[in-house]
Ligand binder design. Structure first.
Ligand code: C2O
Length: 516
């Protein structure tokens, strides 16, 4: 079936943490934004009108493969020009996936202004479909009291030579705080968790409850018991939660900011929050009794060990192995930049997809895309391996558009010292220490690169298109922590011609960039 959303995007005001009313990006006059809900196999059509007046915009449907519809991926200056104020754009694609996703603006400095929400693809054929009675979707997010237009001029300037990320003012839970999720006793729920924040990863646990992980980033997993999750920005988990038999007590749902990400911790910043698994509305919320551990003492379930339910085997013998080093540094102009192999991603003047479609035979020559987009050409159906080494003392949640990927190995593993290694001695990947990989590697579309550690991932280049690979911390993307894969450009030219209204957005001046 066809599911149509009309999105009139305008500024509205909201005060999600009760501490600061501010301008925020609304849809049809509302914020929080509508959750997009479709069934597997549906055609999703989103008619977006940019009524912001002062800002170009776009929508990326995070985690959608967009196979055959690369021009619907929404990444500004990668697959389209951002849509200028007063213009419209229609996103229209078939959803052949299942699970928990989200949508967000993908034009620079824009989704932290509130333009982000969950996207759920229901699937009544999943292996766990008959194991729960109800679904509950929960978003986690960081929150800034200042608008991006006020933060941006202070961020990448000589006044911030270390590139320190702006510190959020609060954490939100379903775009609010102190929320009660009402539950019935002895009932199993499918709890979908999405971090729609811009920067801060959050630990998640429910006092005195365990749950069963069944999905990460749209990939069903073998059912796996866990009690604590680490959810980086853009990551999703679905868990089955069976409630207790008794209703005499309500239980705290605790979210804790990963404080190791923050350069400074202001004294008035709350690092943990309590919402409620509410069995009985008349029973107390025992707020006073909660002792929350410091984030560095929490040990989350290691996502790299989860086994996909489909048992897709390890991809062998990559045709191309790409080694990338993450470096955060400043240039002589005193601004903080981010680099992958000495290149800081900078947006081109023309969306890279449009260059592929107009370059003819030259599309396989990386130089036509400009060195600073950091283009890498992938051969059709090749197995591609990425070795990502982190020379930085901060962690980075890396996301690949158009794919999920297999996680072959990561160092250090989630555990007591995951975020404690940062002693200035990066450990690069050494293939001689790794003779075997998991038979059925975990797959997801956002993976955390540990501080001064590494990960190795593989995927098949079976989706002709231009796909950006980037750190999902929005500040780091602005600093240039990304690159583009030009996947099977010849096949892409054969299967796609660009509708003329897409080019019109560029002509109308929608060239606000993504990246520095
Ligand atoms: Cu949520 Cu470039 O992606």
């Amino acid at each position: 079936k066809e599911v149509v959303y009309d999105f009139n995007v305008t500024w509205v005001t909201a005060n999600p943490d009760g501490l600061a009313e501010r301008k925020i990006v609304g849809i049809n006059g509302q914020w929080p934004l509508p959750v997009i809900e479709v069934d597997k196999g549906d055609r999703l059509i989103v008619n977006m009108y940019n009524g912001l007046g002062d800002k170009s915009t776009s929508i990326h449907f995070h985690g959608m493969f967009q196979n055959g519809t690369n021009d619907m991926d929404g990444a500004s200056m990668v697959t389209q020009c951002p849509i200028p104020p007063g213009s419209s754009f229609t996103y229209n694609f078939t959803v052949n996936q299942h699970g928990t996703y989200w949508y967000h603006c993908h034009t620079e400095y824009c989704y932290p202004d509130g333009y982000r929400q969950a996207l759920i693809i229901h699937d009544n054929t999943s292996y766990f479909a008959d194991q729960y009675e109800e679904e509950l979707a929960v978003t986690l997010s960081d929150w800034y009291h200042d608008m991006m237009e006020d933060i941006k001029p202070k961020f990448m300037t000589v006044y911030n030579p270390s590139g320190a990320e702006p510190i959020p003012n609060a954490l939100l839970f379903n775009d609010t705080q102190d929320l009660s999720l009402n539950v019935k006793p002895n009932t199993t729920y499918l709890l979908r968790l999405v971090n729609i924040g811009a920067f801060v990863a959050q630990y998640f646990y429910i006092e005195d409850h365990t749950f069963t992980i069944v999905e990460i980033d749209g990939v069903y997993t073998e059912p796996t018991e866990a009690d604590t999750l680490y959810i980086a920005v853009a990551q999703r988990y679905s868990v089955l939660l069976t409630t207790k038999n008794t209703t005499d007590k309500n239980y705290p749902i605790v979210t804790v900011a990963d404080s190791t990400l923050l350069d400074t911790i202001p004294s008035d910043l709350r690092l943990n929050y309590t919402n409620w698994l509410q069995y009985d509305a008349s029973a107390a919320h025992p707020q006073a009794n909660i002792t929350v551990e410091a984030s560095t003492d929490l040990i989350p379930y290691d996502d790299s060990t989860l086994v996909p339910y489909d048992h897709m085997p390890l991809l062998e013998n990559p045709a191309l192995s790409i080694q990338l080093d993450v470096v955060m540094d400043n240039l002589d102009n005193g601004h903080g930049y981010a680099f992958l192999n000495n290149i800081s991603y900078t947006t081109p003047k023309v969306p890279t997809l449009y260059t592929v479609l107009s370059a003819g035979d030259q599309a396989t020559d990386p130089t036509v895309y400009g060195e600073f987009t950091h283009p890498m050409i992938l051969g059709h159906n090749d197995v591609v391996e990425i070795i990502l080494n982190n020379n930085d003392s901060g962690s980075h949640p890396f996301h690949l558009h158009g794919h999920n990927f297999q996680v072959l190995t990561r160092y250090p593993s989630y555990g007591a010292d995951f975020f404690e290694l940062a002693d200035g001695d990066p450990v690069p990947y050494d293939p001689s220490n790794h003779s075997t990989f998991p038979a059925y590697p975990a797959r997801r579309d956002v993976l955390v690169l540990p501080p001064e550690g590494y990960f190795v991932i593989r995927f098949v280049a079976d989706n002709p298109g231009v796909w950006i690979f980037h750190c999902h911390i929005d500040w780091h993307l602005a600093q240039g922590l990304g690159m583009v894969f030009i996947e099977a450009p010849t096949q892409l030219q054969q299967r796609m011609t660009l509708p003329s209204d897409h080019l019109a957005a560029c002509a109308a001046g929608g060239v606000q960039s993504e990246g520095n």
